[in-house]
Design a protein around this ligand. Sequence first.
Ligand SMILES: O=c1ccn([C@@H]2O[C@H](COP(=O)(O)O)[C@@H](O)[C@H]2O)c(=O)[nH]1
Length: 277
Amino acid sequence: MTKQELIEQIKRKKSFLCVGLDTDLSKIPSHLLEEEDPIFAFNKAIIEATADLCVAYKPNIAFYESYGVKGWEALRKTSEVLPKDCFSIADAKRGDIGNTSKMYAQAFFNPEVSGLDFDSITIAPYMGEDSVTPFLDFKGKWAIVLALTSNQGSLDFQNFNNADGKQLFEEVIDKVNTWGTSENIMYVVGATRGEAFLKIREHAPDHFLLVPGVGAQGGSLADVCQYGMNKDCGLLVNSTRGIIYASQGKDFAERARQEAIILQKEMQQQLELHGII
Ligand SMILES: O=c1ccn([C@@H]2O[C@H](COP(=O)(O)O)[C@@H](O)[C@H]2O)c(=O)[nH]1
């Protein structure tokens, strides 16, 4: 999906919601455990209940690879039922020396080889240029690079200052910007970082930002929009547990939809407030 297509989806759906698919067998409704493929059955129901309210889906790959072959198969089947008008994100946080990153890219971007055809993948940039650029060699695909993450541990490294007083996440963005463009690179910035979006936008005014951390992690959607929204919206705000585990009963899909509606309505207000729709 191109940047322009993504912007059009956001305007059409009046939403910049990304629904996370972190499917955990110990958290899904017990009646689904009788299904042949409970992970897929759960995902399919969540997707059908939310497809008109969101513009992206983000399965976190850990939740699939932790179940081995069955998990990978559930991921493959899930990727096939993702709506074509939604942006798909493999939240895999990959990155290794060049020839290994090339294999990771093939795993998520080359359906003829791997069976998976995601639009994008999340990448940890710690190993530098040769660990990131193999993902950019795939035309039409996106690298979503960790910049300032939502977790407490982000403070361990990401805020370090260099001699010029520039923080590590700023260095990351400035350097990664030289390897691609806002047409094939996004950055991960946690919703828990509020005003830090001002600084992020100094370095990446035009890039889309993938923003996890609203819902279960307590980040503020209003703050994210106030400090991080750009002229195109420029945000994909993710919520996972707050949506998919709204209920563990038979009404789980309907309750997920209700939570997604609450976020979509707030997003619509923000898009109107910022003159985007
Ligand atoms: O900085 C980051 C980067 C990634 N994540 C991932 O996003 C979802 C968040 O799930 P919630 O249930 O909405 O908290 C999850 O897959 C994380 O691994 C993040 O939270 N923060």
